[in-house]
Write a protein that binds this ligand. Structure first.
Ligand code: ATP
Ligand code: MG
Length: 569
């Protein structure tokens, strides 16, 4: 490909609405263009990368024995009504009508369609196991599309679905898909972690997310330094503190704390540590009342865990100032467990604190030196908080926290879809058997963005070779005016092409500085520069995108040299 043919304008400035580096660089390098919120066009260079990722994913799916199909993106509502998801899926689902007024949706996922495919073709246990996959455009009307392709509304997913006669078979395919995902991410060259995950929206039992590690990741991942444990912070359990609670040493005292409502405020005011101050959070109960949930001041309430508490309304809803006033007679910020006339649940770390500080259930007052079992009854305890770095890991060792981008997700669905959609086959004895299912998604377009998040510097993208739009770029300095440069560039490109190596040729009428800057921005790993001065001595210049210095190469030796570089990858 010749840059002179590519009507893409690279951008020097960081686009204003692009928050994360991958989004910025994809726009600046001209890989994508925005159409509307969460909708993007893949431009020629970007599409090359996307196709490479797709191909790599396809190869690993084929290798795992999955069969490629292509299902319609538009799906009839009746299928979603069979599984109850037409109503349950909520506003992420883009509902549309055809000319007859019939309801359809643009598929955000394909469990219903693939189960319908299976019930039309599968007759016997002998046809099992079978895994179908597709690489296709999905639409999810995300509440907050952001970070470019990372959380788009229209995006490309590889989704696979498997059907099984028994759990062993499901487990086998689940394991081979986990292996395929590991292969995909390893071949691209990304740092990633498989993370234990619950079923979420799709439901089912076993589930694992694949996270590419990057500071911009939307997910917190709690993992153990000895690799025995990795789980989304949303789900990771915390262990109760070990040993016995320290004995009380202080008397319970009421202190005046005018206008001090926050934990940091109260800790500063009383010269106490936030870990000694207990936070009383009032949430809505199913019966319209309130429930008090208490965590240490240096801990965060975990909404999913809170929703597990008997009587707590789902989704977790914090009480409004009016509700707090009605239930306690005071404004927010001064509630505490002593004498509180509401059900109280206490995180097990908070139940371990002695001589603690808490709200006094009176305006502008707090209590200090409070002790469970002495000043108020021993509490009901539960795991209510987010895991934090330094916590004890369930696998032994210590928890560390990293940010991750979820690029893949695999689930064991069980018979949820096959049952509700009446998918049956005959077993060995001629009896009806409801197949078990697994589903396996990987965000192909999100992977492109995630790869950039992990591979960039201040000058631009640094493509992993496996998905680089081109393996090599050739910059022809003064290409339009120097016959010698033009010949050398064209001959080298031609020779590379005969070896199946396609180069991105910068033959534009542009200053060398522009060519160097764009080349760094576009991130092709191997760069050759051909200029008149070097050619006079039969030399050209080579630089790896990540090397600080360029090196000289004999023009006559350039082909062998670059081949060697490519093979060394
Ligand atoms: P998330 O938690 O990020 O919203 P999800 O759990 O809803 O994702 P899945 O239903 O597991 O996503 O979809 C499989 C894969 O599709 C995800 O792992 C992700 O890589 C990709 N994906 C999901 N939503 C988006 C999106 N809005 N934009 C780009 N890729 C997405
Ligand atoms: Mg997911």
């Amino acid at each position: 490909m010749r840059l002179s043919n590519l009507p893409v304008t690279t951008l020097k400035e960081v686009p204003a609405d692009a928050e994360v580096i991958s989004h910025q660089l994809m726009l600046r390098a001209g890989l994508i263009r925005k159409l509307s919120s969460g909708l993007f066009t893949w431009m020629p260079l970007g599409l090359k990368v996307l196709r490479k990722v797709e191909q790599l994913v396809r190869e690993e799916m084929d290798r795992a024995g999955a069969l490629e199909i292509l299902m319609p993106a538009i799906q009839p509502a009746e299928l979603w009504e069979e599984t109850g998801r037409w109503n349950k899926y909520g506003s992420l689902l883009l509902r549309i009508n055809d000319r007859h007024g019939r309801d359809f949706c643009f598929g955000p996922t394909h469990e219903e369609v693939v189960t319908d495919v299976a019930r039309k073709d599968l007759r016997s246990y002998k046809q099992l196991p079978v895994t179908y996959y597709q690489i296709q455009t999905k639409f999810r009307d995300e509440i907050r599309p952001r970070f470019g392709l990372m959380r788009a509304r229209e995006f490309i997913m590889k989704d696979a679905y498997s059907f099984h006669a028994d759990t062993e078979s499901l487990q086998q395919t689940y394991d081979s898909m986990a292996k395929a995902y590991t292969n995909i991410l390893t071949r691209i060259g990304l740092h990633f972690r498989p993370v234990d995950a619950a079923g979420g929206e799709i439901g089912g039992s076993k589930s694992c997310e694949f996270h590419v590690l990057a500071d911009s990741g939307e997910d917190g991942i709690a993992y153990c330094d000895n690799d025995s444990f990795a789980m989304n912070v949303e789900l990771a359990p915390t262990l109760p503190p070990e040993g016995a609670r320290a004995a009380a040493t202080e008397a319970m005292t009421t202190v005046s704390t005018p206008g001090v409502r926050t934990i940091d405020g109260i800790a500063g005011f009383l010269r106490s540590d936030p870990s000694q101050c207990l936070k009383t959070l009032l949430v809505e109960a199913e019966d319209d009342g309130l429930i008090a949930l208490i965590v240490r001041g240096d801990h965060e309430l975990n909404p999913l865990k809170a929703e597990q508490i008997d009587g707590v309304k789902t989704p977790l809803t914090m009480a409004s100032s009016e509700q707090i006033l009605a239930a306690t007679g005071i404004g927010p910020g001064f509630a505490g467990p002593v004498g509180l006339n509401l059900p109280v649940w206490v995180d097990h770390s908070a139940a371990f604190v002695s001589d603690f500080v808490c709200g006094a259930n009176a305006s502008d007052e707090h209590l200090t030196g409070v002790n469970w079992g002495r000043d108020l009854p021993e509490p009901n305890t539960a795991d209510l908080r987010n895991v934090q770095a330094g916590d004890r890991s369930p696998g032994g060792g210590t928890i560390a926290i990293a940010r991750g981008i979820e690029v893949g997700h695999i689930f064991q669905l069980g018979d949820q879809y096959s049952k509700s959609m009446n998918l049956n086959v005959l077993d060995q004895n001629g009896k009806a058997l409801t197949p078990l299912m697994g589903c396996y998604g990987i965000g192909v377009s999100r992977l492109v963005a995630a790869a950039i998040e992990q591979n960039n510097d201040e000058n631009g993208i640094i493509w992993p070779v496996a998905i680089s739009p081109f393996p090599v770029t050739i910059l022809g300095l003064n290409y339009g005016r120097s016959e010698a440069v033009k010949d050398a560039v064209d001959n080298l490109a031609e020779a590379l092409s005969k070896l199946g190596i396609e180069a991105l040729i910068d033959d534009r009428d542009a200053r060398p500085g522009v060519k160097f800057a764009d080349s760094d921005l576009m991130g092709i790993p191997h760069r050759l520069v051909i200029g008149e001065r070097g050619l006079k001595e039969g030399k050209i210049e080579y630089r790896h995108r990540q090397a600080s210095e360029a090196e000289e190469v004999e023009l006559t030796n350039a082909l062998a040299f670059i081949q060697e570089k490519l093979e060394a990858q």
